[in-house]
Design a protein around this ligand. Structure first.
Ligand code: 8QM
Length: 402
């Protein structure tokens, strides 16, 4: 029996399962429906609110006092449910804790640190693309989008060599855990098996190499910026957030070029556009499709009263194609100025690693550009369904040489 209160009578209600397999496989096929429902809507299946327009999603991300993160950025409310792992000291916190840990991590992942790594990362991308070109037919996901970050990121942190494949299954399970306990969640949990234990082990000071971003976090602890336990959990953030995100960002970007050969030709003619490409690729196909916030007070958005303690699902991927914000939003266009896209989020939690991700994507593009005339799709891409990520498991392509 549904009792319509004055508030709920005004809320457009949606019955679509936004974590159902059809939706996860092709979110873009549903986005117009959720955006057009209204500035705020109610998702009946989960008893939560949602926003999918650029204006409301960015306003909610900016208002961190009302739309808080410390009750979790997934469906699970940490005020009433025990988190599946100790909460992240960055993602799942509010100020003041957040600002202290964020400042510490910003100092580790500094522009100076990145500048130092750039030549090595470029050389690694060049070497990898050279071996792929010799084969011509490759898998854009496993051979490039996965292989490249796995080559450069674990050594940057200082992770043990043995067991690095655990990073992939850990990240898959982590990103699924932001959604409901559906089949993709429980399947990836089972597949992750010992991955969580490996990650916990790899984050310990004794298991990290003497130099690297992991050691830098422990050095900050030694300097009094955080406790030893906090350092361990901050290193875990690198492992959680730094692998599957960049992998799928690069994978989705390669997919975009394979589907839009004229954009690849345009980039080859105007290589100065390289700096814009990754952001437009993230706008067009956002790796992180959604995150939640929880309301710390009753708040009215549009004419909808959202009660305190409500979970609100923010659709970054839908906001990034909102025609209220973007001209011709469905078009992948590397000349577009995509700034303002929400692929890295917005506000105080905006992606800490965004410069890392951009540098990885640019290294891959710089390696491909002079060597590859065309990126040709040679088979059907295979999707991996995930409650948070828009992810590919396979992208059969031919790299047609210069
Ligand atoms: C998503 O553990 C963490 O701190 C963490 C995990 C996942 C992310 C961010 C942080 C946004 C990429």
């Amino acid at each position: 029996m549904a009792v319509a209160t004055i508030e709920s009578a005004r809320v457009p209600t949606i019955d679509i399962d936004v974590f159902g397999e059809e939706f996860l496989a092709d979110p873009y096929g549903y986005h117009a429906q959720v955006r057009d429902a209204g500035p705020v809507f109610y998702l009946r299946k989960y008893g939560i609110y949602g926003m999918a327009r650029h204006a409301e999603v960015s306003a909610a991300l900016k208002d961190w006092q009302t739309f808080i993160s410390s009750r979790g950025v997934g469906l699970s409310d940490f005020a009433t449910e025990k988190p599946w792992r100790p909460p992240s000291l960055l993602l799942e916190t509010d100020p003041p804790v957040h600002d202290r840990t964020r400042r510490l991590m910003n100092q580790v992942v500094s522009l100076a640190a990145l500048r130092k790594l750039q030549p090595l990362w470029q050389a690694e991308a060049d070497a990898l693309v050279d071996t792929l070109l010799a084969r011509r037919n490759v898998d854009g996901v496993t051979d490039l989008a996965q292989a490249y970050p796995l080559r450069i990121f674990p050594p940057t942190i200082g992770l043990p060599e043995e067991g690095r494949e655990n990073l992939l299954s850990y990240a898959m399970a982590t990103f699924n855990a932001f959604g409901p306990r559906n089949r993709v969640f429980t399947d990836s949990e089972a597949a992750a098996g010992p991955a969580a234990a490996w990650v916990a082990m790899a984050c310990k000071r004794a298991n990290l190499s003497a130099s690297g971003w992991g050691a830098d976090v422990y050095a900050a602890a030694d300097a009094g910026a955080c406790t030893e336990d906090e350092a361990e959990r901050l290193v875990r953030s690198f492992l959680s957030a730094g692998v599957d995100t960049t992998i799928n960002g690069i994978g989705n970007m390669l997919h975009a070029f394979a589907r839009h050969p004229e954009q690849w030709a345009k980039l080859r003619a105007q290589p100065s556009l390289v700096k814009r490409v990754f952001d437009e690729a993230l706008r067009w196909d956002s790796t992180v499709q959604t995150f939640f916030r929880t309301t710390s007070r009753a708040v009215t958005v549009g004419d909808v009263a959202i009660p305190e303690g409500s979970k609100v699902l923010l659709f970054f991927g839908a906001a990034n194609r909102d025609p209220r914000k973007w001209d011709d939003p469905e078009r992948f266009d590397i000349e577009r100025v995509a700034s303002g896209h929400l692929g890295f989020g917005f506000g105080i939690h905006q992606c800490l690693g965004q410069m890392v991700a951009r540098m990885e994507a640019e290294a891959v593009l710089n390696a491909l550009l002079p060597r590859v005339r065309r990126i040709e799709l040679t088979g059907e891409p295979v999707r991996i369904l995930n409650n948070t990520l828009h992810a590919l498991g396979s992208l059969p392509i031919a790299l047609i040489p210069e």
